[in-house]
Design a protein around this ligand. Structure first.
Ligand SMILES: O=C(O)C(=O)C[C@H](O)[C@H](O)COP(=O)(O)O
Length: 200
């Protein structure tokens, strides 16, 4: 799968912070049942790598690592079975080995300079982060005009209320957010279902 295939799989990528790896598999099952197959597990907790390995056991799940900020984390994420890599920003130091590995990669950008550094590495798919505080949809529209080949997954401050506006902008293939798993665990499948229908 390419990063574009992954971004086109569902309109919302749930951004997950897993404190206990034992909760990972049932959570992934609920998200996939609801219709969200692409799952981003942030490497912000000690349980994250084990959570990725657990979620990979769920049929249909496409599991990636988020908050990857070092080559060491990239290597650990791949060893745990990550199928794609997301980072909050873009540096040559981290992006080069990931691009060379051909693992689907979604680096964060917030400025024209960020996107230009990504272009120089052959990248055309970016996370727009942090989306709302970087100027929101208005800022992304202005940025996307010169970079007409670029595709985006805005993340940061997006909710089920604002997601449809982002998804209506053509270069936006999907959005990321933590709202799907923000409430009660029992509600995750229904929230995922509602998220999966956004932009359709
Ligand atoms: O760690 C990363 O690399 C991130 O993706 C940052 C945050 O997890 C997202 O910004 C989620 O943002 P909210 O939906 O606003 O909670």
């Amino acid at each position: 799968m390419t990063i574009e295939d992954i971004m086109r799989t569902s309109p919302v990528i749930p951004v997950l912070v897993i404190e206990d790896a034992a909760t990972a598999r049932p959570l992934a099952e609920a998200l996939v049942r609801g219709g969200l197959k692409v799952l981003e597990v942030t490497l912000r907790t000690p349980a994250a790598l084990d959570a990725i390995a657990e979620m990979k056991k769920v049929e249909g799940a496409i599991v990636g690592a988020g908050t990857v900020v070092s080559t060491q984390q990239f290597e650990q994420a791949i060893a745990a079975g990550s199928e794609f890599i997301v980072s909050p920003g873009l540096t040559e130091q981290l992006a080069e080995p990931i691009v060379n590995s051909q693992v689907p990669y979604l680096p964060g950008v917030a400025t024209a300079g960020d996107i230009m550094r990504g272009y120089a590495l052959g990248l055309r798919h970016f996370k727009f982060f942090p989306a709302e505080t970087s100027g929101g949809l208005k800022a992304l529209k202005a940025l996307a005009a010169p970079f007409y080949e670029a595709k985006f997954c805005p993340t940061g401050g997006i909710s089920e209320v604002t997601a449809p506006d982002w998804l209506a902008f053509d270069p936006v293939l999907c959005v990321g957010g933590s709202w799907v798993t923000g409430g009660a665990v029992a509600d995750v499948e229904a929230r995922a279902g509602a998220a999966a229908r956004l932009g359709r």
